[in-house]
Design a protein around this ligand. Structure first.
Ligand code: FAD
Length: 426
């Protein structure tokens, strides 16, 4: 149990549960990482998640965990859970090939030799990671995650606490409310009323393709390690419609078979894929975009890639359609905004720095947030000093992640500069 758990609350005549409790909105990767950190330091918390269950909605499949994020996870997890994390990851083969999507030939390929400080890199299935992060959250066996609880708004109370109000009419009171509620965060909207994000004009259709003998025979180049297959526009279309590259990112997820039998959360081996393009490639109006997002369907990915080589297209042809989804790509502005820190409310992850998946660092940044905030709360107690210190640090590394995501978006789908993007009010 940490010392000095709550600052400036000595006059509170509240039950200790309320006076020290951290309320986390959202059981995504950032919120769950924070919860693990709080559990380790003995700070009471409760998580409220809008989804009815962990698998209620597809949110992407393979997540690349880079060094800072893996170090963060290692710090917040018990040794047993850390082993479970490592054992349930896909086998990471470090390397990348770029292919010409039209003929399937390699245009660049290199084994990746991590440099000093690169640390450990993992490929993990998102739902497996969420499963691991939910383990052991309560020593007493008490249910610390409430599912099907939609947060509506918060209220700063005269007694120094904060109250979270939910759609079902209930509320929860605590000392600190953390908005880990993703892209269109209601916590952020109330904390920073003029906060807006940007429509970076991208669409990502993503899914899973089972690894079968047939796929191994048809698409060997895409079953080695990360691949990016690129399709540049022909000259006239480039001039008339824009220089819109279409990219297919793929990575095989092969799990350790011994652990596949031991941990029921591990799925069968699959290839994770994400087809990233400028929105105008698939939709010429907002209505058309909504149709694409609602029912991405196999037919659409096959149509977009009709000229591609069969060895690349095989991944899309053999997709398991039940897992195919699409998202509109949104991003925060390149600088995480400044706001006056409030000792009772803060935000983390996509709630304050959503970024294009083209950089592959959104989840890593959310995980780091959970670790940094948890460490500050453990060290300094719940209060202004810890919240402000977390926010200041987060702004620095999250801004770097946003820049990396822009660079990835420019290469993968001709993402326009931030100052040319339309504002989306959340
Ligand atoms: C296709 C794809 C691939 C990606 N690949 C990578 C990758 O390889 N590496 C990487 O680092 N990042 C990747 N990302 C980005 C990554 O998924 C996100 O940045 C990350 O999930 C953010 O975590 P989070 O906890 O902040 O938010 P989320 O994961 O979005 O979690 C927020 C949670 O809050 C809940 N919630 C929302 N509103 C409410 C409410 N009102 N009340 C209660 N609960 C609420 C949601 O249901 C959700 O469970 C990828 C994203 C996509 C779409």
């Amino acid at each position: 149990m940490s010392r000095n758990i709550i600052q400036g609350t000595s006059n509170l005549s509240l039950g200790s549960g309320i006076a020290t409790k951290v309320i986390i909105i959202g059981a995504g990767l950032g919120g769950l990482t924070l919860a693990q950190s709080l559990r380790r330091s003995g700070i009471p918390f409760k998580i409220f998640e809008r989804d009815a269950s962990i698998g209620a909605r597809p949110q992407g499949y393979r997540i690349k965990i880079h060094s800072e994020a893996s170090a963060s996870l290692r710090s917040v997890l018990t040794p047993e859970l850390w082993h479970r994390f490592e054992n349930t990851c896909g086998k990471t083969v470090l390397g990348e090939s770029n292919l010409n999507a039209l003929n399937g030939a390699a245009t660049a390929s290199r084994k990746w030799r991590p440099g000093a400080g690169d640390g450990d890199i993992y490929s993990v299935d998102r739902s497996v990671l969420r499963h691991v992060l939910q383990q052991g959250l309560s020593d007493s066996g008490e249910d610390v995650i409430s599912w099907g609880k939609e947060f509506l708004r918060y209220e700063l109370c005269d007694d120094g606490t904060v109250k979270a109000h939910f759609k079902d009419g209930s509320y929860e009171q605590g000392s600190l409310l953390v908005g880990a509620d993703g892209t269109r965060s209601r916590v952020t909207k109330q904390l920073i009323p003029n906060y807006s994000i940007l429509d970076v004009e991208g669409v990502c259709i993503y899914g899973k393709t089972p690894i079968t003998a047939e796929l191994e025979a048809k698409a060997p180049a895409l079953l080695r390690w990360i691949s990016i297959s690129r399709d540049e526009p022909p000259v006239i279309q480039g001039i008339v419609q824009g220089n819109d590259t279409i990219s297919l990112l793929t990575e095989p997820m092969r799990f350790q078979s011994a652990y596949q039998q031991r941990y029921s959360e591990i799925p069968s081996d699959y290839v994770y894929w994400g087809l990233i393009m400028r929105r105008r490639v698939v939709a010429s109006s907002d209505e058309e975009l909504q149709d694409v997002l609602r029912v991405p369907g196999k037919a659409l990915s096959m149509e977009i890639t009709s000229e591609w080589h069969p060895s690349v297209r095989a991944i899309l042809e053999q997709q398991d359609e039940t897992y195919t989804s699409a998202i509109q790509i949104l991003s925060s502005r390149p600088q995480v905004p400044e706001w006056k820190s409030d000792p009772r409310v803060t935000v983390l992850g996509d709630a304050i720095h959503v970024m294009s998946p083209a950089g592959g660092v959104g989840a890593c940044t959310a995980i780091r947030d959970g670790f940094v905030l948890g460490a500050q709360l453990a060290e300094k107690g719940v209060g202004l000093e810890s919240v402000a210190a977390y926010e200041q640090r987060m702004r620095q590394y999250a801004t770097m992640s946003l820049q990396r995501s822009l660079a990835g978006g420019m290469k993968m789908f001709n993402q326009p500069p931030f100052d040319q993007c339309r504002e989306v009010v959340i």
